[in-house]
Every structure is written in C-alpha cells, then in structure tokens.
Design a protein around this ligand. Structure first.
Ligand code: H53
Length: 831
C-alpha cells in the first residue's frame, strides 16, 4: 500500500526532494553521519571497507533526489517506455561513474583529503558487479547509460546473480582456474532491495481444459511449484542532466507458502532445502559467451527474470484500469539475444489465461510489444530448447509456442504453396537432431523488428542466418550498429586524453561524440600531436606501473603497446596473434634479425575462457607459456614482451584500453557480429589491425584505409574457400615462416620440452583449423610489417591515431540509442 491515506500535509513532505548541499563541508558532514550512524564506525576505528561503503552511500544519497524526481515525472507524464530485457549487465565499478555523472568528483576529492582519506584506496575497494560475460553484457550497460543521459524512459530488467563472472587466476604453470566471484561479500552499497514488490513465478505442473463463467472452453496452467522474485533496484544516472533511470535485477527466493507447508509438516531440513532450491535460480551467471548452455537451470533463469519483469510492469507500473489493447503504445520490450525470448509466450499466456482474451486479440497485442536483437552469426550459438524440457518446466508456454507456430506455418504454406522444405526450415519447432524450440525463429516471428549489431552482420543475418524470414518480412529487418559510452570509456578511463580534447574543443563531445570531428585539423598541428603523445604516454606509464606491481615486468613506454583484449574464442583467433609473436621471437633467436631490427613491442592479452571450453583453456595456457619463455630470453633484449594479466574485466579494460597503440581485431571474417572493444580502442587513439569483419568494416570506412591495417580473407572469400574444401596443410607446407613458428611450438620449446601439452592445439590447426588461422597468416604478417614501419614514424602514427579519435564519434552508444528510437522503438519514447 502506498503512502498515508490522505495526501500529506506536513510542509516538509510537500517539498520536492532536495539533495544535500553540494559543498565540501556539507559532504564531509553527510559522510561522517553515514560512517558513524549507518556503518557504526568512528573514523579513527573504521576499516577501508567501512570508508568505501560510507562514501558509496553518501554519493548515492546525492543522486537520490534525481531518481525520485525522474520517477515522479515519468509517472505524471508517461511516455512509451523501453523495457530492456537482458540476462547480462556487465556494469563495471559504480563509484567513479556516479561521481562523474553527478559532477561530485571535485567535492569528494577535497572532502576525502580533508578527512585524511586516500580516495584511490577507497576506489580500489569496490568489487565490480560482473553480471555478464563480455560484449553483450557490456553493451547492455552502455545502452542504459545512454538512455539515462538522453532522458528516455527505460527500465533495464535482468538477474541479480549472487555470483557473477568467475574470477580468473592462473596457476604457476599458466593454466586458467576459476574462483567464485563473491561480489556481494563486503556489502552492496548501490542496491535497493524492494521485497514489497516481490513477484511470484511458477514452474512445472500441467495444463488443463475448463469451462469459464460463460461456459466457453479454455486452457489453463496448474503449476507445480513457484518461487518469489525480489527486485533489487539500481540507479542509472544520466550524465549531469538530473535524470536517474532504474536497473531492476531480480533475485530468487522461496515463496513463503512453500516454506509454511514444509514447516507445518515439521520438517525443518526440507524447508531449508526448498529455500536453497529456489535461491539456486539466481545463484550464478553462466560463464558462456556467444555459445548457449542448454541446461535446465539456465531456462529457469530466463523464464524467471522475464516473468518477473513483465509482471512487474503490468501490475506495478501500469494503472489498474489500463486498457491492455493499448499496451503496444506504452511499452516496447527489447530482447537482448534469444535469452529473454520466452517472454513472448509469457505475455500471450497472461493475456489469454489471466485476462480472458481470445487468441487473435492476444496476438495482436503481443506481436507489437517486442523487438529482437540478434548478436551472433554462429548458427550453433542460437538457442534451441528441447521441447520436452520446455514442456516439463513451462507446459502452458509450450502449448502457446505450438499455437504460434501453427499460425505461422499456415502463413508460410499460403505464401509458398507446396514448399514443405521451406516450412521445415522456417518452423519454430525443429524436428532433428531432437525436437527443439528455435528461440531465434520464435523471436523473428513475434517481433516487430529484428536487428543485427553492425552493417555486415545485419546483411549476413538477412542473407544467411535468417534469410527466409527476411524474404517473408523484408521491412522487419534492420541494422543498428553497436556503440559504447564515451562517459565511461573516454571521459572516465582516459583523463589525459579527455582533458586534452576538452581544452581543445570544449566539453560538448561527452554528450555529442560527433563533435570529435573538430579535432581533425589538429592532426596536422605538431604541438597538438606532441600533447596527444604525452597523454598516451601517461596512460602507458599508469599501465606499466600496474604491471610492475603485479608481475615484476618493466614495460618501456616507448615500445608499441599491442593489445588484444576480449573473450577467448577460437573464432576471435588469439592463436593468430600468438603465431605472430612466435614468428618474431623465432626470427630473433635464429639470428635472422637482430633484436634492434624489430620494432619493440609489449603485447598485452586479456581473456577469460568458458570453464568448459577445453580448447580455449589450452590456448590460454599456451599464451602464458610463450610469455614466460619470451620474457625470460635474454637474446630478445626486452624488445618483445608478452603480458597477460589474469581476470580481465571492466576495471582492467579501463586501464588497458587507454594505453593501447595497436588494437587487434582479427576474427575470421563473417564470425564476429560487431565487436565493441574495437570501438573503445579506436576512440582511445589506438590504430586497428583487423579483418573485414563486424564493425571493423565501419571503423575502417570512417577512419580511412590509410589509418587502418587491413588484412585477411573477406567473408565471401571465406565462404568460397570453405565450399572448395579448405586444407590447412597446404598453407603449412608452402610457407617456411609458418612452418618454423609452428615447428618451434610443436618442439616443446615453450613447454619445457613437453610436446604433449601443445599437441592438441598444433594437431587441430594442421588438421581442421576451423577458423582459417593458417589461411590468413601471411596476410597478417604483412600487415604487421606495415604496422612496424608506420610506428617508426611517430609523427605520422600520431596523426593517424588522432584521426581515429576524431572520426569515431559515430560509435557512441548515444547514437546507437537514437537509431533504436528511429528504426525500432518509435519517437514516442522521447518526451
Ligand atoms: O555481443 C556483442 C558483439 C559481439 C558478440 C557479442 C555476443 C555475446 O557477448 C554473447 C552472445 C552473443 O550472441 C553475442 O560476440 O560481436 O559486439 C554485442 O553485440
């Protein structure tokens, strides 16, 4: 129940919420109040954790007025809302983002200094919420940031995993070991649990036919068990605009009914077991990226969070008497990959079974409330749920999916009479290799729009992955090229560059990244180039400082920092980078070149492998072994170094990306949907060496061929080669450089003479090489030679780097959000 019965009359209750005063003294007072009376710790006896928690809470209280105001405004003047449904949000640390967006940084710096506290030490205390795997989860975090900055009404819905992406550690031997990410252990100062708004979510049981009041036959679901979803709200502050949107993450608990029953039966142990059973649903993030996990618990997670979210929206946000036929005017649910697609039959079920609509009425609404973003091109990465599993867990939803499919296949048959092959290809229900529900097909049928995440990707979606759907509904398909938030990834992560840009063209770029264009003329200004280099050097020094503390390595900042940071996946081809390293190394130790002849490089890797992905873990091991040998070999004279800090995450990305000179974007053409690291690196002044894949295509077009190192087969060439029958052996035989590099690895040189360790990798490369590493090897080496030559002319290099920054404003997630509004959501989401 809301508020007092009568409207509040107390004068203070009428005043719109006003945050605390924005002065250093006021902040100190608020901070000490929080530390003393909420944390219960006097300053002199407080731990760093107390101090951090108090700081986070104090900053949060400064944002609270904006949050309340925004919510009140959205209630009073409702516009169409975006419900962003994503199983992942890879948020990164919150403190600095909150300080930046609320413009409190200076006040806080002074306040902490006045109290004798080290702000950097407090910053370091925050454990980032790693509630995502990689690109997809980080994209969702960038999108909610942009929507808040643009004052678009949006709730980001997701799951509050108790354990996020695992913490990666390396054994002394260099193998990946996964440790649980207990991110909540030291307190969660940014979240607001709201058990008042808990939602009940059911599973299992059976369906039945019954006669309703008017004697009509209807179907209904008699569930077998249920859990409670507790919402945890997070503020999503816009950039200095007084707006704060909401991210609502759901946590699963046992229902009290469940508890009571078992408690009444006297079995305490069973009751507690029920509790843990329910809690399992939001216990842990599946650490797979771009590959699906067909596990029952995963489907439970998916249904759990979308059922909570839709229910919350219908019952918590809409007024009681809302006319549901107008639902599509009020909400658009954006489906982030297939993970939330079970929301489609869930909305149908609610309209049919809970609101008594007939099928056509329910479909007319449902088919206008969803839009679907596909993030992959790997057919094996599209989720297909076994029909018997769906039937067991969500029997009513399975019936509805069959209903949607029947109606859809009628349309296909009417459109293509006699074409049963096409019917089979397009069906939502696959019959082989097992009876399964193709979630991407369900999404393509029900969504108003389907988009890919880069131009090339959207083209390939239309022409290959979802070709039949695009022919049937050409107007449904569109592209929105991904983007990244310039607030976190330039303004926050790269202060030296941000300050240089602002002092040159003003600070408008932080909200309007196309303004970076104004930097173009400065590429020809020697003083600006020098300042630009100084900024890069400062970032490299900061990173070198971290490497020195954690790995005893001295990284000379005049060496080329060559960066490959992304999830470990064979299609991304970390092995190709490794072959380049080994080739350079081999050319030195064989005496073919002197160390002085090579362009000195520091190669920096960051990558986690899915715990069950054997080959990816072998590759991590090999990179670490090569790094150990190369770094220790005195013949190299430190001209080639390989560093691979463990546990690459958003926090580390914010340190590494600003320090990069060269960005490695070397996936096999046609495999990387977009990439977003490529955008962050270019915006931070790294030049790209890359294939014609994903968003690389658009980066190259914008920055110009002369400022980009292109190599490798194109997507059509890859397709041709694979049609003809690709044989990696012929590339191996015909390329002596390649033979020497692979030979050195195979000899056990990097593994203490143990060849069995490298066997699987080398064997697979020579026999299968699914991602055409060997086919692109020579082209890659040639491009790296062009990199070496270019780096030799520092002035020309800086010029190119500046042009990369100046021309990549397009890759702001603000622009991506404008594209979603123009092409998918409709201008109604704007106020
Ligand atoms: O999504 C990114 C893309 C990237 C793509 C990635 C992705 C995941 O992280 C997880 C699942 C999936 O299907 C795709 O691999 O290319 O940039 C954001 O769109």
């Amino acid at each position: 129940r809301l508020g007092p019965r009568a409207a509040p009359t107390h004068p203070l209750a009428l005043v719109p919420a006003v945050g605390p005063e924005r002065t250093v003294d006021a902040f100190v007072r608020e901070y000490l109040e929080e530390l003393n009376f909420s944390q219960g710790a006097p300053l002199a006896r407080s731990t760093v954790n107390h101090q951090y928690l108090a700081l986070a809470r104090t900053v949060r209280s400064y944002l609270m007025a904006d949050w309340l105001e925004t919510a009140a405004r959205r209630r009073e003047q409702p516009t169409k809302m975006v419900g962003y449904l994503s199983a992942e949000y890879l948020l990164g640390r919150q403190l600095d983002n909150a300080l930046l967006n609320s413009d409190l940084a200076e006040i806080v710096e002074q306040a902490m200094a006045a109290l004798g506290l080290d702000l950097n030490e407090l910053r370091a205390q925050e454990v980032e919420p790693g509630l995502g795997n990689g690109g997809l989860g980080r994209l969702a975090a960038c999108f909610v940031d942009s929507l808040a900055t643009m004052d678009v009404s949006c709730i980001g819905f997701g799951i509050r995993y108790e354990y996020g992406i695992f913490t990666q550690v390396f054994t002394p031997d260099g193998r990946q070991v996964e440790a649980p990410d207990n991110w909540l252990a030291l307190g969660a100062p940014w979240e607001f649990p709201n058990p008042d708004r808990a939602v009940r979510v059911s599973f299992g049981g059976h369906t039945e036919t019954y006669a309703d009041d008017s004697g009509r036959e209807r179907r209904r679901w008699v569930p077998g068990w249920s859990v409670r979803g507790i919402p945890y709200n997070y503020m999503v502050p816009g950039y200095r605009n007084g707006v704060a949107n909401t991210l609502r993450l759901w946590s699963a608990e046992a229902t009290s009914a469940f508890d009571l029953e078992t408690f009444n039966s006297g079995d305490y142990v069973d009751a507690v077991r029920a509790q843990t059973f329910a809690q399992n649903i939001s216990k842990v993030l599946y650490p797979e990226d771009s590959t699906p996990q067909g596990r029952e618990l995963r489907l439970q997670q998916q249904y759990f969070f979308v059922a909570c979210s839709i229910n919350d929206y219908l019952h918590g946000t809409l007024s009681k008497d809302f006319d549901l036929t107008r639902l599509p005017e009020q909400i658009i649910f954006q489906l982030n990959d297939t993970h939330p697609v079970i929301a489609i039959p869930e909305l149908m079920r609610i309209l049919l079974d809970e609101h008594g609509m007939n099928w056509d009425q329910a479909w007319a609404i449902t088919s206008r409330c969803f839009a679907y973003t596909c993030h992959t091109l790997l057919p094996e990465a599209l989720e297909v749920w076994p029909a018997d599993l769906v039937g067991r867990l969500l029997p009513r939803h399975l019936e509805i999916i069959y209903g949607i499919n029947d109606q859809f296949l009628d349309l296909v048959r009417a459109t293509y009479p006699g074409d049963e092959l096409r019917v089979r290809a397009m069906s939502i229900v696959a019959e082989a290799p097992f009876k399964g529900i193709r979630m991407a097909h369900l999404a393509a049928v029900a969504a108003t729009k389907v988009n890919g995440v880069a131009e090339l990707h959207s083209t390939l979606l239309r022409e290959k992955v979802l070709v039949d759907f695009a022919r049937l509904w050409p107007e449904k398909f569109t592209n929105v090229t991904n983007g990244v938030t310039p607030r976190r990834f330039v303004r926050m992560a790269n202060r030296p560059l941000a300050d240089l840009i602002t002092s040159t063209i003003g600070d408008g770029w932080v909200r309007d990244l196309e303004k970076l264009r104004e930097l173009e003329p400065y590429a020809d200004d020697a003083a600006f180039r020098e300042a630009f280099r100084a900024a890069k050097r400062a970032n490299k020094e900061r990173l070198a400082g971290i490497a020195l503390r954690t790995g005893d390595l001295v990284l000379p900042t005049d060496h080329l920092f060559d960066v490959m940071v992304k999830r470990l996946h064979e299609y991304k081809r970390q092995l190709l980078k490794l072959l380049h390293i080994v080739t350079t190394y081999e050319s030195i130790i064989s005496g073919e070149v002197t160390p002085e002849q090579v362009t000195p490089r520091v190669v920096i890797f960051g990558a986690k492998a899915a715990p069950g992905y054997r080959m990816a873990k072998e590759i991590i091991h090999l990179i670490n072994r090569v790094a150990a040998v190369v770094n220790a070999d005195e013949r190299v004279c430190g001209r080639l170094q390989v560093v691979f800090p463990a546990n690459y995450n958003v926090t580390l990305a914010e340190r590494i990306i600003p320090a990069a000179d060269l960005s490695e974007q070397i996936s096999l053409a046609g495999k990387e949907a977009s990439g977003t690291g490529n955008m962050k690196l270019a915006l931070n002044g790294a030049l790209t060496i890359g294939t014609d894949d994903g968003a690389n295509v658009e980066i190259r077009r914008l920055v110009g061929d002369e400022n980009f190192f292109l190599f490798g087969l194109t997507e059509p060439e890859v397709a041709d080669l694979q049609r003809q029958g690709y044989s990696p052996g012929s590339y191996f035989e015909s390329n002596p450089t390649l033979r020497r590099a692979i030979g050195l690895i195979a000899s056990g040189h990097f593994t203490d003479g143990d060849r069995s360790v490298v066997g699987p990798i080398v064997g697979d490369l020579l026999a299968n090489d699914r991602y055409l590493v060997l086919a692109d090897f020579q082209s890659y080496l040639d491009a790296q030679a062009r990199v070496d030559a270019a780096y030799g002319d520092q002035d020309a290099w800086s010029r190119s780097a500046i042009l990369n920054v100046a021309r990549c404003g397009f890759f702001s997630s603000d622009r991506a959000m404008r594209d979603y509004i123009d092409r998918i959501w409709g201008a109604e989401v704007r106020r």
